[in-house]
Design a protein around this ligand. Structure first.
Ligand code: IMP
Length: 420
């Protein structure tokens, strides 16, 4: 039962899209299990850039793409994304249980951030939090409920008055732009358009694994945006960690052959929240520009910092990595020196993993180890061809984590990858 999970080891934007695209060549199915169009997965093939928010990154390789029950799906975005593929046929399956992002979710996301003011999360504004909150509250609308107009109307009639009331009474917000009849018309047209994609992804993925097909599970966001194990409350509302494939797709517990933790050779974060190794000033600007660290979904500049090993150690504990895919090491090329945070200093104590209590994390300062600078051209085809300093850097990460670095990405293109 060859199951491979590709999971973000940091705060998202680690380059999972490229790794999934690479591995998808041999996969039979690529399955998304969490998040929604807050994600932005970039794949570059022969100079052409594809940006996926909802579709699994296996789409370009022509693989069967599945959207599992744990995903929050905005059908308006799915429509745009399919259009972007310019008529390229894709094999898509959407689980009937998938929660649908409705226009009031975007609205609620925006007003909640507004009211929080200085305490705002810095969400992507895609309605993700309110959509998952409705799932937990049992007032969500599922994908199977939008494919038939009568059913959709019943659900909207049941939920809409509640949303209007909350927006008026709690947020004192005008809801004129939310027109119930227009929403029903738009979503019922989208539902009809996508009805053919309805498939029980839990059953399909389980059967595929029984038949020993290769199933690739594509995580969105990253470990430290996990709703339980991330830097709460500065997290997303789903569970990006690897274990969430079982609940996000609907699989029985089973052995997973590979859990690939995708980690950038440095660190980035978009939105608010603690970031112990964050850099500011000219060096931060340089790395941001060179790494094109601007959100794929929102265009926001990403905060940048040095690689944080306490985070990666914790990510390994939470996900059980069998290997690391280290991305964007080329972005560090040309710097005089490269630093890695090996531990945190907290009130005179050395801490080697991320504390569970976020107040504690706020008091942590980084303890760094320095490495010499190096050059990388992107043409390196094997680990041996990397400069000594880069090899030392990678070997140090492996030793500290006790996990091999199996993939090293030296550029954005599919070919600019070293597989060891
Ligand atoms: P939300 O998921 O839109 O509610 O945003 C919650 C937090 O997660 C914010 O800090 C976002 O910037 C962050 N976030 C959500 N999705 C991604 C992603 O795909 N990459 C990086 N950060 C993300």
């Amino acid at each position: 039962m060859p199951a491979i999970v590709v999971v973000g080891a940091q705060f998202g934007d680690e380059g999972k899209g490229k790794i999934v695209d690479l591995l998808a060549e041999k996969a039979d199915f690529v399955v998304r299990y969490n998040g929604g169009n807050n994600a932005g997965h970039t794949v570059v093939v022969k100079g052409k850039k594809y940006k996926f928010h909802l579709l699994p990154s296996g789409a370009i390789q022509g693989k069967t793409c599945c959207i599992g029950a744990g995903v929050a799906l905005d059908p308006r975005v799915l429509k745009e994304e399919l259009l972007q593929l310019g008529g390229k046929k894709i094999l898509l399956m959407i689980d009937p249980r998938v929660q649908v992002i409705m226009p009031w979710h975007n609205f609620l996301d925006a007003v909640a951030e507004d009211v929080k003011g200085k305490e705002k999360i810095g969400t992507t504004g895609r309605g993700i939090g309110p959509c998952y909150a409705d799932r937990a509250d049992r007032s969500g609308i599922r994908f199977c409920e939008i494919v038939e107009e009568k059913r959709l109307r019943e659900r909207v009639e049941a939920v809409f008055p509640l949303k209007e009331k909350i927006l008026h009474a709690v947020y004192n917000s005008a809801t004129d732009s939310l027109d119930k009849e227009k929403i029903i018309a738009e979503y019922s047209a989208l539902g009809k358009e996508f009805a053919g994609f309805l498939q029980d992804v839990s059953a399909v993925a389980s059967e595929a694994l029984e038949k020993k097909n290769l199933v690739l599970f594509e995580g969105a966001q990253g470990t430290f945006l996990d709703n339980d194990f991330g830097t709460y409350p500065f997290v997303t509302s789903s569970h990006p960690i690897a274990g969430s494939i079982f609940t996000g797709v609907g699989l029985g517990l089973r052995k997973i052959e590979r859990v690939i933790g995708v980690a950038k050779a440095y660190a980035t974060r978009v939105g608010g929240g603690p970031f112990v190794t964050e850099l500011h000033g000219a060096l931060a600007d340089k790395i941001r520009e060179k790494g094109a660290e601007f959100g794929t979904t929102t265009g926001r500049p990403r905060r940048v910092g040095w690689l944080d090993l306490p985070m990666l150690r914790t990510a390994h504990r939470l996900n059980g990595f069998t290997e690391i895919a280290l991305t964007k090491i080329d972005v560090l090329a040309g710097l005089d020196e490269v630093k890695v945070c090996i531990a945190y200093q907290n009130n005179g104590e050395k801490v080697k993993e991320l504390p569970a209590d976020m107040r504690c994390l706020g008091d942590c300062t980084p303890v760094y180890k320095k490495f010499g600078g190096f050059e990388i051209s992107g043409k390196e085809k094997s680990f041996a061809q990397l400069p000594k300093e880069a090899k030392d850097y990678i070997a140090f990460i492996e030793k500290e984590l006790g996990v091999p670095v199996g993939i090293v990405s030296v550029g954005a293109e599919r070919e600019e990858t070293i597989i060891r």
